[in-house]
Design a protein around this ligand. Structure first.
Ligand code: SAH
Ligand code: SF4
Length: 350
């Protein structure tokens, strides 16, 4: 069955072509402005509603829901119709509500420190499957307004380019979200960064850098062998020139690996050249990577070092760690019987 969010407005128009035109508007408004399930769009006649409920179904079934941080962080695991699973995280802050969506079930990029990378790739998600995660979060956040969408869940959004760009466009056009409040985080698929720059959608771009020399970066992020730092830098420059927007670099601090003074110097030089913002992420524990995150003290020193070099820098909070919902901890695997098994961190590294 098709997800109601898979259809564009034109497709709804054709599906409802035997009905008066305003029915399409009613369905559309119900789905997008009011974030209703089809069964809940009471402005349309009951017979039509029942017909549509028979024909369309959400592609997400909830398998689990966990909360932390006093209820302000929630993680859902969803089962998709073919048995694949994805996770979605909703974070409520004082001034905004952000959903972190998955763009793929699993990920093929194999970054060593990331639970999703450790679990491997299952498949790409469809536009409807990503959009439904957002609209689910819209409902879950109510009465708060969902203000931000970040592609920082499972998967590499730029490896599923056509879906990611379609979803961004539709969130902007159909849901009316500000492009600046849509953030794509990429491990550095250089040609896709350039392609996204040409889309004319001023979204926020975050690049998972983690190391500013090729040797270390290739160890952490295997894709660096294909698109080394010089190539990635070229793509970032193209992004800045084409969109007029800055990039931000994400850097998960790993004890003794990329938190050294040498690493600080290399990052400062690159971030300064590109006028990039740096977002430091305390490493979140994952089951398959036993290297420790940097101490809190080292994280602060590293931040201060960047500041002294004139770099704009922030430290990301570690929300959701206790429920394995923080950055890099999302991995939901199923066995043949479709019983979901969550990968939990072995230990908190603080
Ligand atoms: N594939 C994309 C987006 C999903 S990952 C990307 O890699 O950018 C979202 C962010 O979490 C990335 O910056 C990623 O590097 C980071 N991350 C992965 N594993 C992590 C971990 N164990 N601790 C902290 N951050 C991690
Ligand atoms: Fe994939 Fe991003 Fe995890 Fe790397 S960090 S394995 S690109 S999800």
């Amino acid at each position: 069955m098709t997800s109601p969010y898979e259809f564009t407005k034109e497709q709804w128009g054709s599906r409802l072509s035997e009905h008066p035109r305003f029915r399409t508007d009613q369905v559309w408004r119900g789905l997008w402005n009011e974030a209703r399930e089809l069964s809940d769009i009471t402005s349309i006649p009951r017979s039509l509603r029942e017909e549509l409920v028979e024909e369309f179904a959400s592609s997400l079934s909830i398998v689990s829901h966990v909360e932390s941080d006093g209820g302000s962080t929630s993680k859902w695991a969803f089962l998709l119709p073919d048995g694949a699973t994805v996770e979605t995280v909703l974070m409520l802050y004082e001034d905004r509500a952000t959903v972190c969506v998955s763009s793929q079930a699993g990920c093929a990029m194999g970054c060593t420190f990331c639970a999703t990378g450790q679990a491997g790739f299952t498949r790409h998600l469809s536009p409807g499957e990503v959009l439904e995660q957002v609209m689910f979060a819209v409902r879950a956040a109510a009465p708060r307004r969902l203000s931000n969408v970040v592609f920082m869940g499972m998967g590499e959004p730029l490896a599923n380019y056509s879906v990611t760009s379609a979803v961004l466009r539709r969130l902007h056009q159909d849901r009316g979200m500000s492009a600046r409040h849509l953030t794509v985080s990429t491990v550095g698929v250089a040609p896709a960064i350039e392609r996204l720059a040409r889309e004319g959608l001023p979204v926020t771009l975050a690049v998972s850098l983690h190391a500013a020399n090729d040797e270390t970066r290739s160890e952490l992020v295997p894709l660096n062998r294909r698109y080394p730092i010089a190539r990635l830098r070229e793509a970032c420059q193209y992004w800045i020139e084409t969109t007029g927007r800055r990039v931000s670099f994400e850097w998960a601090l790993i004890d003794g690996v990329n938190d050294t003074d040498r690493a600080l110097g290399e990052l400062s030089a690159l971030a300064w050249d590109l006028k990039a913002h740096v977002n430091l992420i305390p490493l979140n524990p994952t089951p398959g990577y036993l290297v420790r995150g940097s101490s809190k003290e080292r994280v602060r020193e590293f931040r201060d070092g960047l500041r002294e070099s004139g770099i704009a820098v922030s430290i990301r909070d570690t929300r959701g760690r206790s429920i394995a919902a923080a950055c890099g901890q999302l991995a939901y695997v199923t066995d043949g019987r479709r019983r979901a098994v969550s990968l939990r961190p072995r230990a908190e590294s603080r």
